[in-house]
Design a protein around this ligand. Sequence first.
Ligand code: IDP
Ligand code: MG
Length: 153
Amino acid sequence: MPGNQERTFIAIKPDGVQRGLMGEIIKRFEQKGFKLVAMKFQQAPEELLKQHYIDLKDRPFYSGLVKYMGSGPVLAMVWEGLNVVKTGRVMLGETNPADSKPGTIRGDFCIQVGRNIIHGSDAVASAEKEIELWFKPEELVAYKSCAESWIYE
Ligand code: IDP
Ligand code: MG
């Protein structure tokens, strides 16, 4: 079903990587039933990070944000599934961890907005843009999940 093929861009930020939270975060998306389509561990170039957050370029925290995102490697991922953009955001919690409920990734694992460990696309259109920015088309892996008919009716 085409709706089940919605995709979102999720990135574990340098603090999430350094704090050893990659496995925990991947586990949550995997156990939810979403399907991993691409994954890349990299020290992101500054130009990529500036472009990724270009909509925030006039905000006072923009340069600090770009510096934070470049302060170590990030784990960039594409996850697929029904309503994965919106549900992914719910799984992340609010932008400010202080407003994030326990049970969400930011609610469980971080304290400050400037160290909120994870990025997730906020809309289907921005997900498409972000996936194109971070991945080459051939890096998106096509395969059938054996669990599909146990996750979707
Ligand atoms: P989002 O990551 O929940 O989509 P955005 O408003 O798109 O939130 O902001 C992007 C990122 O910028 C946040 O995840 C956070 O890392 C950082 N950020 C947002 N607001 C602030 C702030 O007031 N101070 C410092 N960093 C901020
Ligand atoms: Mg955002």
